[in-house]
Design a protein. Structure first.
Length: 670
């Protein structure tokens, strides 16, 4: 514990007060009189040994001065008497007639004790209030400043972040360059009648760099940067959030040009009327004040509001209209080139081995955000330091990617031989089903080592970034997902619970194909059901299903038909390639982990599944008479590092409901 804090705190003052009281009491009560019993005092008076006596009224005490010392008593003694015996004591003193006489004293209250009795309660009360006020000030909740803004001002002395520190978001940086130029040269835009956006909304998945972009704008423009979270506006007292909004904008206007950055604006900007509260709701009042402040900007006031959110779909429409958030910039997960640039930024200061190729690493991490890529390099550095190595090599980077995707390897979990055999065939079924399909991506890694919650997993990586997916690719995903379950049925005739997550994800994909993607001939190309992103209780209570029970039965039948078709295709593929499945399982039991080169050797003679017949959605007429358009494709060879993408869910050691929702770069069935 810090001694300076103790000396500055209230404890030292309390201790000093106690010591002062103790010293004062000691000085007052200290005297040379020895106390004796009443009977002994009367005997001393009767024997004529007393030279002086004093009666102290109010305390029923008698102080005696003896003519000669009496043993241990000395020459000064005192005794107390009860009130009824007071007359006897006075008579005894009269009869003794001390040579130096006697007197009667009325004790006066001590001035020190009197002042102490008055001041001590006042000091304690003042000390209590001082502690309370100091504690509240330290926590940022000052009693008299509830309505003040909690925004943090990023000063010029703070470490600067510029656009050079942001990679993988070129489109967003280009849009924000205008903000920077307006803050530096507003006259340039005003001369041609241009009006800079009053508000800029950055939206996208978590970890894509929205906050970093806002800080880069402030670093580039060199203006005051007020940063605050949306949750900092809302308090238990109604009206406090609105007051803080007013104070925040007042501070920014006084220091214009300036930037206000509100992170997680959905905390106060959610759709009004979506909850169960009324108009006095604190969050809605805060939002109303925010709308007024944004709409009340002077056209020449150089104050820009930048906000970030992961959920733009739940924001109030009045907040998103032109005149408030004029510009909405999407910050998505980076593409291949963006991932490579992000890796180059985060690899600065890290010693990489000569054989490390960041482009290959970028290909292995599709769907990764900037935060994920930074975590990959950090995990690789930690693994390198743990092994007492000096350079970060490909082995550490591969392990780091696996850690980010599936979690750390569980070396303490020891599986029995039967469990390892089931896991080997399960993962082999996934990999073989993926390799035998016509529209799946290459299998790049298979392992039966437990990692995270999975007892093993199969990694399937696309050769390039994808932004849409076809019906045949989705059907191949279903077959790939059912491959592990079918392998257990074929080999052991006794499936395990390890395929629970595979079945869950396959069912979810099949239902989306029917209800969202319009890929069912019986149901048709229609959208069924409301958006699954709605989170408001008030809206959920008012919504009803927008299709009949008859359509619901048809949807269930179509979902089951898709799953059964995937099951039959996986059964056909695994039976046609049973020898390859056995060889793959044997290799997994021996090596535990196989890379893309070893997998390619085993799958050299895999029999592919025949092409599926395609049907029109109107009347199930075959479309074989209409030749499809052939798209030119250039696929890089796998052994050159063109391996990036997703990982299957693997055999799980727990029920699907208990598994972590950590999303893979692609769906687990991809």
């Amino acid at each position: 514990m810090n001694m300076k804090k103790i000396l500055r705190g209230p404890i030292i003052y309390i201790l000093l007060a106690i010591v002062a009281v103790w010293i004062g009491s000691s000085l007052i009560t200290a005297s040379g009189f020895r106390e004796v019993s009443t009977q002994e005092g009367l005997e001393l008076l009767g024997d004529g040994k007393v030279s002086a006596a004093k009666i102290v009224d109010g305390e029923n005490r008698v102080d005696l001065t003896l003519s000669e010392a009496e043993g241990d008593l000395g020459t000064q003694v005192q005794f107390y008497y009860v009130t009824p015996r007071g007359t006897d004591v006075v008579n005894a003193i009269d009869q003794a007639n001390p040579a130096d006489g006697f007197n009667d004293e009325v004790p006066q209250p001590n001035w020190f004790l009197s002042m102490l009795g008055i001041l001590l309660p006042l000091v304690l009360i003042g000390l209590f209030f001082w502690i309370m006020l100091s504690g509240m000030q330290g926590g940022g909740n000052r009693v008299m400043q509830f309505g003040k803004s909690k925004a943090k001002l990023v000063t010029k002395e703070s470490p600067k972040v510029t656009f050079d520190d942001v990679a993988g978001a070129e489109e967003a940086i280009e849009e924000l360059h205008e903000i920077k130029e307006f803050l530096k040269e507003p006259a340039k835009f005003q001369a041609v009648g241009a009006r800079i956006p009053k508000g800029v909304l950055l939206y996208g998945p978590p970890g894509t760099g929205k906050t970093l972009l806002a800080r880069a704008v402030a670093g580039e423009a060199g203006v005051p940067f007020y940063s605050i979270s949306g949750s900092d506006f809302v308090e238990m007292f109604v009206g406090v959030g609105a007051s803080r909004v007013r104070d925040l904008f007042d501070q920014a206007k006084q220091n214009a040009p300036a930037i206000i950055f509100v992170d997680e604006i959905d905390a106060v900007g959610r759709h009004r009327g979506a909850g169960l509260g009324g108009g006095h709701d604190e969050r809605e009042q805060t939002l109303n004040q925010l709308l007024v402040e944004m709409d009340g900007f002077d056209p020449k006031t150089n104050v820009i509001l930048i906000a970030a959110t992961n959920r733009p779909d739940i924001l109030d429409p009045a907040l998103l209209r032109p005149g408030r958030f004029d510009r909405q910039i999407g910050v998505d997960a980076p593409d291949l080139k963006g991932r490579q640039k992000i890796l180059e930024v985060h690899s600065k200061g890290k010693p990489l081995a000569k054989g490390v190729d960041l482009e290959v690493l970028a290909r292995k991490t599709p769907g990764f955000t900037g935060a994920d890529l930074a975590n990959v390099l950090n995990e690789a550095a930690l693994l390198t330091a743990r092994s007492n190595a000096q350079l970060i090599d490909n082995r550490a980077l591969d392990e780091a990617v696996d850690r980010v995707i599936a979690g750390p390897q569980r070396r303490s979990r020891v599986m029995k031989d039967k469990e390892k055999l089931i896991t080997a065939y399960h993962e082999g079924g996934h990999a073989l089903a993926a390799a035998a399909m016509n529209y799946t991506d290459p299998v790049t890694k298979i392992t039966i080592l437990p990692r995270g919650r999975a007892l093993g997993y199969t990694m399937v990586m696309p050769l390039e970034d994808k932004y849409s997916i076809t019906r045949n690719e989705l059907l191949d995903q279903l077959t790939y997902a059912m491959g592990g379950r079918v392998a257990e049925e074929i080999v052991f005739h006794d499936p395990s619970t390890g395929a629970s997550n595979d079945i869950e994800k396959a069912t979810s994909t099949a239902r989306k194909m029917v209800t969202e993607y319009g890929m069912s001939a019986n149901v048709g190309a229609i959208k069924l059901g409301q958006s699954q992103g709605e989170v408001f209780l008030g809206r959920d209570m008012g919504h009803q299903r927008d299709y009949s029970e008859r359509i619901a039965e048809k949807v269930d039948a179509e979902v089951r038909a898709l799953i059964e078709q995937a099951h039959d295709e996986a059964w056909q593929v695994l039976n046609d390639n049973r020898e390859i499945l056995d060889a793959l399982a044997a290799e997994l039991l021996e090596r535990e982990t196989l890379d893309h080169k070893q997998i390619a050797e085993i799958f050299a003679d895999v029999k592919k599944l025949p092409e599926r017949p395609q049907w029109l959605s109107s009347d199930k007429r075959p479309v074989s008479d209409i030749p499809p358009i052939e798209f030119p494709t250039e696929k890089a060879p796998i052994d050159q590092g063109a391996v990036d993408g997703g990982v299957d869910s693997g055999r799980t050691s727990e029920p699907a409901a208990a598994r972590s929702p950590r999303s893979n770069p692609r769906p687990a069935t991809a």
